[in-house]
Design a protein around this ligand. Structure first.
Ligand code: FAD
Length: 397
């Protein structure tokens, strides 16, 4: 083989290779590109979703077209897009393997493939989600289905389920519930509907100030709250869920947040912590074992509650640290563990749960952001989507 042939067949090496072109992948790619790095992003999907709007779609306060854009339109300027899926990493060789059979090299690798919805983890759920009485706000098509089903309810039992274990914006299962209750109340039918909420933890969210706000809304809407109530199984034929210590409820409509897990190839590549997420220093976001590997977002083994708000802070820290390392310095920026879950508690108010990785309130918008307010809603529903499409994905916010 000539030198030219060998060069043509050698894996292409990217200065920085990012796996995943979602919230975390594009925002870090934009930042690093502007810092002068050559950046390529691997992602197979042609459509980019703004997931926080899935809850608004399900709850009937956003149109589906607001949450989806062609990936090519939102890619940061001068970042290369490799339309493929990663199937594994060979960290000793600084290479990733692609589903198409190719191999791509890197000097530094940023892992941002997000989290997987694991519909198989609860017996019966995978079958049930395809029936006309079960939906979810955790996937785009299912959020559209949820919107129609919730709007049609006039009586009966509607059960909302929050997943057990780490999840993307774990409280998001509750958001369409409050919105639906406000809608049913305005339609004069709330009294005829038994609304049930199952949460796996001992309280509705786990942070006292947030619990107090949510419990007030739960009482106001007459929602039946079950704590320590992880979903055990779903029987789609009997339209029954089993939860907690074996209790059962029969539903007319079931809204489920699926259990979520890290992509399996992270562990198969020897890069995972005990829970399957990328093993990183939770402050610097650099791999604990491989100094050329970094991670942020839902796939990273950090201690915070997984959310886009957490990512905004992580992306700034990771960009500064990686730029420092590329310049021959050491990583000094530290992620403070911030996370957020904006709860839409009616059709025009929201509660912002902003907290650190020890569960302490950490308001960034205003001191009372954890209280229900109209201005929280305006930020969540109108300001954040604009910020996301125009600035966050370009790594500018
Ligand atoms: C219903 C819902 C509501 C939410 N609400 C909020 C909210 O109100 N506020 C908030 O801050 N956060 C919210 N979040 C959380 C927020 O959306 C996530 O934290 C954020 O999207 C995580 O970004 P990420 O880049 O880690 O993953 P993602 O944005 O999921 O992106 C992952 C990307 O990786 C790609 N990918 C996956 N596997 C591979 C592979 N093998 N090879 C290549 N590419 C791959 C995917 O195609 C995808 O584009 C919500 C999430 C959900 C699901």
């Amino acid at each position: 083989m000539s030198t030219a042939d060998a060069a043509a067949n050698a894996p292409r090496t990217n200065h920085v290779l990012v796996v995943g072109g979602g919230n975390g992948g594009l925002s870090i790619a934009g930042r690093l590109r502007r810092a002068g790095a050559d950046v390529a992003v691997v992602d197979p999907n042609e459509t980019h979703y703004y997931k926080p709007l899935f809850s608004h779609i399900a709850g009937g306060t956003a149109h589906p077209r607001e949450a989806a854009r062609p990936q090519r339109e939102v890619f940061p300027k001068d970042v290369v897009w490799i339309r493929d899926a990663v199937t594994g990493v060979a960290p000793e060789a600084n290479e990733v393997r692609l589903a198409s059979g190719g191999v791509v090299g890197y000097d530094h690798l940023v892992l941002a493939p997000g989290i997987r919805n694991d519909w198989d983890a609860v017996p019966g759920l995978e079958t049930a989600i395809r029936t006309p009485h079960v939906a979810s706000n955790y996937e785009f098509d299912l959020a559209v289905k949820s919107s129609r089903l919730l709007r049609e309810v006039r009586e009966g039992t509607v059960v909302f389920v929050q997943a057990e274990g780490p999840a993307s914006c774990a409280g998001a299962a509750q958001k369409p519930m409050y919105q639906a209750c406000a809608y049913w109340r305005a339609a004069g039918v709330l009294d005829r509907i038994r609304v049930v909420l199952l949460v796996p933890e001992p309280t509705v969210y786990g942070i006292p100030e947030i619990d107090a706000e949510l419990e007030r809304k739960i009482e106001e809407y007459g929602i039946e709250l079950h704590t320590d109530a992880p979903l055990r199984s779903v029987d789609a034929d009997r339209r029954t869920v089993s939860f907690g210590a074996g209790e059962e409820i029969t539903y007319d409509l079931l809204m489920v947040e699926p259990p979520q897990t890290a992509p399996a190839w992270i562990a198969e590549s020897g890069l995972a912590d005990a829970n399957g997420y990328v093993d990183v220093d939770p402050r610097t976001l650099r791999s604990s074992t491989h100094p050329t590997i970094w991670s942020l977002g839902d796939a990273a083994g950090t201690w915070n509650s997984k959310s886009g708000g957490a990512l905004r802070k992580q992306s700034k820290v990771l960009a500064r640290n990686l730029a420092a390392v590329l310049a021959g310095d050491i990583p000094r920026a530290m992620y403070d563990g911030y996370g957020v879950c904006p709860f839409t508690v009616s059709r025009n108010t929201a509660v912002f749960a902003e907290f650190d990785d020890q569960g302490r309130l950490q308001p960034t918008l205003w001191r009372s952001s954890y209280k229900e307010s109209r201005r929280n809603w305006i930020i969540d529903r109108h300001v954040f989507p604009k910020l996301y499409w125009n600035l966050i994905l370009q790594g500018r916010a």
